[in-house]
Design a binder for this molecule. Sequence first.
Ligand code: IPD
Ligand code: CA
Ligand code: CA
Length: 276
Amino acid sequence: MTSSAHPKRQDWRDAAIAAADTAARFITHEAMSHRTLTWEEKSATDFVSRVDVGAEERIRDMITMRIPGIRMVGEELSADAHPNEGLVAIVDPLDGTTNFLHGFPNYCVSICIALDGVPQAAVVHDVARGGVLHATASDGAFVDSSRLRVSTTGTPARALIGTGIPFKDVSHADRYLRQLGRLMPIISGVRRAGSAALDLSDVARGRFDGFWELFLHPWDLAAGVLLVREAGGRVTDLEGRNARLAGGPIVASNGILHDWFLDMLNDDAVPAPNPA
Ligand code: IPD
Ligand code: CA
Ligand code: CA
């Protein structure tokens, strides 16, 4: 156990698993009537429904009852709260809202319990397909009771890479397209599945060899960061500094490919191949 791993981390994980389970049951029930839901506009291309809010209320009620004194940093109800101070639950009640609203089965509940900016416990509950991924600091990452390990792929040509194509803020679309253009011809494939927490989970479980996105919020990344690290992978920003809970750009990998991946993402000197 490292000095930053708190003795209560497993109790915190259990509370997060229970809260995620309650939210997942609610979301599953509501999914049956997703076609009749009202979509509220957060911005022109970003929507939310009463399901996101209802799931977060349920998580907040259970977490604050089981962990006295904890603060919530939740996407829908307390997005302005600071993720780096004291004991916090960083919560995305429904990651993959666009998928959920369309009935595309790739969405999850993501909860991270962090103390003074250090993730202690993490849960990603895969609602549509089932499976609870969880981790505690220094104790490893698991799906249900099976240990998670990142992939051992060391050859870019064999790498399957996940990403998040911008759709809320497209101001960095050119940079993103250049990155994509450099990677596309030399890797095995790119996937954009629509839930950053599940993308990071897929790195942790060795399905993806890497994942990057140019901007994520604390609730998109916090749980996934601990899962990837505890499964033996690496998560940084584009400069190779450890990913922080405050959010920003994120690059995750199995560790073996990380330096190559960072070079590819940063190398604006290398022009993308001409598709003609
Ligand atoms: C979004 C998803 C998506 C990612 C976006 C996130 P939401 O979260 O994780 O994959 O590309 O950056 O905001 O809105 O579905 O909770
Ligand atoms: Ca999200
Ligand atoms: Ca969300």
